[in-house]
Design a protein. Structure first.
Length: 343
């Protein structure tokens, strides 16, 4: 469908509305504009983006003769005449006044997505794992993602109780774009269901997303409730050490080994064809010493996004999942399956 490569431009009261969609995901943005005559037209997205990205910081004028598919774009000394497609060919979006679910602070929503989305699966044979599970009930909202080898859960309390229960799987693509769109946005994001799609709305911006069908796994049962050893460590210090140890683990499935005793966490990696590395990190550890091996990249994904100065690394055994939690609150947990190593 060639029309999916185009942006719909249509006039609204005191502004211009731009809409783009691939039928699974759509973004609609309203911008202020002086409207001399109403109308709508589509323009090729790539060409329009290149033109706008190269124009000076000045007023842009768009002119379209009634019934014509050609649009004239003028900005200072620059003039373009671009061919579009009939606006009537552009797919209709769900109604924006869907069943309201609830509201959450925009920056908090962005952080919840950033702390979970990296754990989404890329395996299309299990589509129910290729999105972020979003759940709202009462005064709590949760974002959960897993690929079967790790799980990230972020929850928070809502300022006002949800108007209805929500339990959906939103494609990772939508959540990535939502995260980008909410950067610097203040106020609340309103969530609503419209025509079996989830609608995210902030003033001047609407994001529509299809939902992934299927049953999200019962993630509660994989989150460790007990541990044999709990290690408290500075997040940035651990991240730097893991990043260095990963240098000699790249050819061995990114495996690094951890073992803490007293106030020292020893991290090692060993790839016979490359070499080996060892680093000691100052920590405080309680419980029995547990040696465990993890995928370094999976570990770094969490450390880069946990948004906490210090964390707890909880180990339950050499062949049991480990858990990472911020020291300041219990609203986030990252569960990581161990890697079986020999020798």
């Amino acid at each position: 469908m060639p029309i999916l490569g185009y942006v719909l431009l249509e006039t609204i009261k005191n502004g211009l509305r731009l809409t783009a969609t691939d039928l699974e995901f759509a973004i609609q943005v309203d911008i202020e504009a002086e409207v001399k005559k109403g109308g709508q037209v589509t323009l090729p997205a790539r060409i329009l983006a290149e033109i706008v990205g190269n124009l000076p910081e000045a007023t842009v004028e768009l002119k379209n003769e009634e019934g014509a598919s050609q649009v004239e774009i003028t900005c200072e000394a620059s003039n373009f005449e671009i061919l579009g497609l009939p606006a009537g060919d552009f797919p209709a979006l769900p109604k924006a006044d869907g069943a309201e679910v609830g509201a959450i602070d925009a920056d908090l929503m962005r952080r919840m997505v950033s702390q979970t989305i990296f754990a989404v699966s890329a395996d299309e044979t299990r589509p129910f794992l290729t999105g972020v599970h979003v759940a709202m009930e009462g005064t709590e909202v949760r974002c959960v993602a897993t690929d079967g080898g790790r799980l990230a859960l972020r929850k928070t309390a809502l300022a006002a109780a949800a108007k209805q229960k929500l339990s959906v799987i939103v494609p990772a693509k939508t959540m990535q774009e939502l995260m980008r769109a909410l950067a610097g946005v203040t106020g609340d994001v309103q969530l609503a269901m419209a025509d079996n799609q989830l609608l995210f709305t902030v003033p001047g911006l609407r994001i529509y997303s299809r939902l992934i069908s299927g049953q999200f796994p019962n993630y509660h049962q994989v989150i460790p409730q007990e541990f044999k050893q709990r290690i408290r460590v500075q997040t940035e210090r651990l991240l730097r050490a893991v990043r260095r140890m990963a240098i000699t683990a790249r050819d061995s499935a990114n495996v690094i080994r951890l073992a803490a005793k007293g106030k020292t966490l020893t991290i090692t990696s060993n790839t016979p064809e490359v070499g080996k590395a060892r680093e000691e990190v100052e920590v405080s550890a309680d419980g029995d010493t547990v040696e465990a091996a993890f995928n370094a990249r999976y570990l770094m994904d969490c450390l880069n996004n946990i948004d906490a100065d210090e964390l707890f690394l909880e180990l339950t055994g050499q062949l049991s999942p480990g858990a990472i939690r911020p020291t300041g609150h219990g609203d986030y947990v990252y569960v990581l399956a161990p890697v079986r190593v020999y020798g």
